[in-house]
Write a protein that binds this ligand. Structure first.
Ligand SMILES: Cc1cc2nc3c(=O)[nH]c(=O)nc-3n(C[C@H](O)[C@H](O)[C@H](O)COP(=O)(O)OP(=O)(O)OC[C@H]3O[C@@H](n4cnc5c(N)ncnc54)[C@H](O)[C@@H]3O)c2cc1C
Length: 393
């Protein structure tokens, strides 16, 4: 019987797993590498309806719905200002730092111990559990270890030293919050613009703030040092240059933004072959990071957390519980990663592909809307009450 889990990472999957395990009768500690409040200020994300619904069995739905805003629609235009598509895509958009904060605070309120400044460096099996070692020289022991330590997961390489490297998807990410600017659009609609040289997304928040991001193309993966060397002034100048010939509010929004976020690379993992070893398992981005273009990374992390807890609750033996978890999750998450890859490929096409995209996208999106062809993604629901069995299928 598992009594105590060690969860590495206090992002999204970590605290949600801790709360799900608690509901399943398993105590846990969360070990987070950074200090409290170190999450990127300014960045935002959209939780799709499937991710929001997965919060319900844990009593977290209302808590998260108190943050941010409903974003029920998505509109896509091109760099000439032509509207390509307007479709229903329910979700809730919130500041990343707010989501991390409420999940951790709620986990603590429910009795989970969250330890900050604990960067996992190593872990090994003991006679009846796992011993984790941290960069500050301390160590901890538990019955099992859940690696919810994100894209650059250390747990992943402990489980499989030959694990693949994340794949750079050829896009950078930056963005910010603009104030005091009036832009076209309805509050709560996600506006996406396929600029001639760069993709741009924005959202009018209820108070009038404009939340935005941009994906400058970058076929080569810049090193962290190269990215860090780009000053905010150079980011601003680069973005102004990229959007100079486009129709749309991009230049006004960038001009009304005091702090442009330092850019970062975008990655995904088409597949991570090994998710578990003995009493260690990876979940969330550590196991299947998807490019932000899927709009599903956070939702997949939440779904994983709930499914993992039901597996540990119902399947005797940690190793078997992890095997069932993988069986229930792998196909779905890899399909989401592939979808994210497809969505991202239209963001930095050449002239011919851009022409074809503008020709076909309106029809494709009409079909998506009419046939609800992304139902496999959005209508997926996780049951807390159904018992998980070891039977295949
Ligand atoms: C720009 C951008 C936009 C995005 N937009 C969306 C969106 O609109 N919708 C969506 O659903 N998803 C979006 N995502 C993806 C989403 O943020 C991730 O999929 C989600 O955060 C994954 O959760 P996680 O808990 O697995 O990993 P994370 O949230 O990355 O959390 C991992 C945690 O582990 C900690 N950690 C790392 N290494 C260690 C270690 N060795 N020891 C201890 N702790 C460690 C980290 O500090 C971090 O707190 C976006 C991502 C990016 C980068």
């Amino acid at each position: 019987m598992t009594n105590r889990a060690m969860i590495i990472g206090g992002g999204i999957a970590g605290p949600v797993t801790a709360m799900a395990l608690r509901r399943a009768g398993i105590d846990s500690d969360v070990y987070e590498a950074y200090g409290r409040g170190a999450d990127g200020v300014g960045a935002f994300l959209t939780l799709a309806v499937n991710g929001l619904e997965a919060l319900r069995p844990l009593g977290l739905y209302d808590l998260v719905c108190d943050l941010g805003m409903d974003t029920p629609r998505m509109e896509m235009s091109n760099g000439s200002g032509r509207l390509l598509a307007s479709v229903r895509q329910p979700g809730r958009t919130l500041k990343r730092a707010d989501l991390y904060r409420v999940l951790r605070d709620e986990a603590v309120r429910r009795g989970v111990r969250v330890h900050y400044g604990k960067r996992l460096t190593d872990a090994e099996a003991t006679a009846d559990g796992v011993r984790a070692v941290f960069a500050d020289g301390s160590a901890a022991e538990g019955d099992l270890l859940v690696g919810a330590d994100g894209l650059r997961s250390r747990t992943r390489t402990i489980i499989d030293p030959g694990a693949p490297r994340a794949r750079h998807v050829g896009l950078l990410n930056t963005g910010g919050l603009a104030r005091g600017v009036t832009v076209p659009g309805t509050p709560g609609t996600n506006h996406f613009i396929f600029g001639r040289r760069c993709f741009f997304g924005y959202l009018i928040a209820p108070g009038g703030e404009v939340w935005w991001f941009a994906n400058p193309p970058s076929p080569r993966e810049p090193t962290p040092e190269e990215l860090a060397a780009i000053t905010p002034e150079r980011w601003r100048a680069r973005l102004e240059e990229l959007f100079r010939d486009d129709t749309g509010p991009m230049l006004d929004i960038i001009g009304a933004t005091e702090h442009i976020l330092p850019g970062w690379n975008t990655y995904d993992f088409p597949t991570v072959p090994k998710w578990s070893d003995g009493r260690m398992v990876i979940i969330g981005d550590a196991a299947h990071a998807t490019s932000p273009s899927s709009g599903q990374g956070a939702s997949m992390a939440i779904e994983d957390a709930v499914v993992l807890a039901t597996c540990l609750r119902d399947v005797p033996g940690t190793r078997d519980a992890f095997a069932v978890f993988e069986r229930l999750r792998r196909e779905r998450v890899e399909r989401v990663v592939a979808q994210g890859r497809r969505n991202g490929s239209g963001k930095a096409p050449g002239a011919v592909r851009a022409f074809l995209r503008d020709l076909t996208l309106p029809m494709i999106m009409r079909q998506v809307d009419k046939r609800n062809s992304l139902a496999w993604m959005h209508d997926h629901r996780i049951s807390w009450d159904d018992r998980v069995t070891t039977a295949a299928g």
